[in-house]
Design a protein around this ligand. Sequence first.
Ligand code: GLC
Length: 800
Amino acid sequence: MKYGYFDKEKKEYVITRPDTPLPWINYLGCEEYCALISNTAGGYSFYKDPKERRILRYRYNNIPYDRGGRYLYLRDNKSGIFWSATWQPVIMPTAKWSENGNSLFSIPEGKKEDYIYECRHGLGYTKITSIYNGIHTITTYFVPLKENCEVWMMEIKNNSLQDRDLSIFSFVEFCLWDALNDMTDYQYNLNIGETAVEESIIYHLSRYRVERKYFAYFSVNQKIEGYDTQREDFLGRYGDLSSPRAVREGKSNNSIACGWAPVGSHNVRVHLKSGETKVLIFVLGYSEDKNDVKRVVQKFSTKENTLKELENLKNAWDENLSKLWVNTPDEDVNLMVNVWNQYQCRTTFNWSRSASYYESGIGRGMGFRDSNQDTMGFVYQIPDKVRERIIDLASTQFERGDARHQYSPLTKKGNGEGYSDDHLWLVYSVASYIKETGDIKFLSHKVPYEGGKKKGTIYEHLQKAINFSLKNVGPHKLPLAGFADWNDCLNMLGPNKQAESVMVAQMLAGACLEMSKMASLAGKKSDAVKYEKLYKKVKDQINKVAWDGEWYIRAFDDNKKPVGSKKNKEGKIFLETQGWAILAQVADKDRAIKCLDSVKKHLATKYGIMILQPSFSKFYPELGSISIYPPGLKENGAIFCHPNPWIIIAECMVGRGDQAFEYYKAIAPSEKNKIPDIHKLEPYVYCQMIAGKDHKDFGEGKNSWLTGSAAWNFIAISQWILGIRADYEGLRIDPCIPSSWDGFEAKRTFRGCEYHIKVFNPNKVNKGIISMKVDGKEIEGNLIPYVKSRKQCFVEVVMG
Ligand code: GLC
């Protein structure tokens, strides 16, 4: 609890000291406008696309860390002392941390030298409090629903016994829209900056003269004393954000940027009587219509309206999260499932792997494999959005069956190819969408292929995906590995072009199985039989060539040598093929148990399951970038959080609930709140990886927020441990829980019906149901068949 705690009532994570080991961030905005904000107000914003329409400039890898943000300076005009409302960027050296956020508001005056801080990351908003010099500020940042802007509402209270004369300086630095160009082409972009100021609104107009299409604005709901829009005028020569000239001197230069570096800074004078509170509301927005700016600014001109909008936002989030609610004996499970894991699933669905504190927003767009998997962790929240996303993704699939690796969210244009797994994920996302919605007609929906000229039904898209992997096989009749499969860093493409992926083969088997079920539901009987046969064929082939005695090997390299086998010196066992052998129903019970036991023996640690062992100690050109990383990092032996749940699910499938839960807890973010100086990252979201035991910083997390770990862990806990699982014909209840649990209850909205589920575990088992009652009537099996007009349904399950 060193840096913070969960406020369960308010659904907030409360950070009680600003010097977290890394910036702990939040995402504001769920539709077109997105703002990343750290616990000290660092970060940036963009409209739709973090590369093409970057609104604020942010310097990754900066010194000092996490600079560029949404800054508000306060200056006492009598003493000349100034500070920040969000700790950064002034950083008061005397800052003392409040250990208990709740006591903040009971401090009447605050000792003059104490800077007191608190940050509350909530669902779609962030609230940062500062108390310094007798002045108390609470700044609430949020992106309102249906608006392309962010609102910063700053309440300033004079807690001192004297009347105070303050100047408030706002500061943002604009990005010149194209974030990559902004960092590279200085001869050009140091000459395109333009701004204008009308009353209290600063306009950022760089490039506006080209198309007269889009611009940014930054307003405040008060008359201003002055402004700056040229960076140097605000900072002073060689100045920096910790002590800008304008703030130091208490005077803006009223500068207009014409070239160089456009910024936005208002200077507002605030006189406060002792005990008095005033509110400043800043709006930073993106717009394509100058007339609309006034409407937005007007809308957020009063505290009442702003609070109303904040309330609407909170209600919308409550609605989003209402589709699943659980009450289990484990408080952390409740917290993760009911709030934070769902929140992260929405965020990864929105932004794929594009923009985080570790993804610069310029390299990757919406990843094909990533986004397909993200839909699976989000589909129960808003299935229509998933439908739309699947259509966008399928539109970047080649007619030959494989797919573009990613696409730009603004233009929807795809790029990259050559991965062996991408297209198969489409089968899984479509299957998961149909299971959730029952919308089997979606299979006949026509969608273009890459290039837009030719169209095919979703069903045809899936057929082509499967066909591609069936056709493009290597010497062991397994799918070719291409540039990489799910494991981006296992790059085995060599001169013989014959490396094969066992994981893709397993995914293919599973995809055939899903396809067979979908075909049968769609009335395509012969296809159903065909895909069932193909599943068996692929499965048999895998079992014939890829079983290593105690686990499944991972691949065959370009020289037909096994990878991930006991025959190898390093990288003897990989996690992925043990999980997928079971997920895709390739392994029989005996092999399933064997390979899971091998995972336990060779890969499991107290911080989670490592992706391979032993890590590669040197570079192996035939394996590629997996062996570039030092041992224990990333794909080279880290605890990769994304595939961990594949093992959790597999353990549930073989009925070992205690083991599944132990793995679940090992990487659960809330658990990391107990070891923040080891884990370092936000304890409310999953990260991509945790350093494995071959690394000196074993346990250290990296790359938080945008990771497939969110969706897969949510699937693992909600669908497999708690066992509440959408299926083609209805809702299945198939828990696999720790034997210590007495049971749990849950509420799940599924196809318009609210299911109230009570699970009892009187015999303290892991798995198995002895009776199930639906609306008082005993039913056979564990599937509640879908009934069209049912709105409420009460389910009682007795395990044993
Ligand atoms: C990263 C990538 C994902 C890939 C995984 C394993 O998380 O975003 O696409 O599957 O690494 O390499």
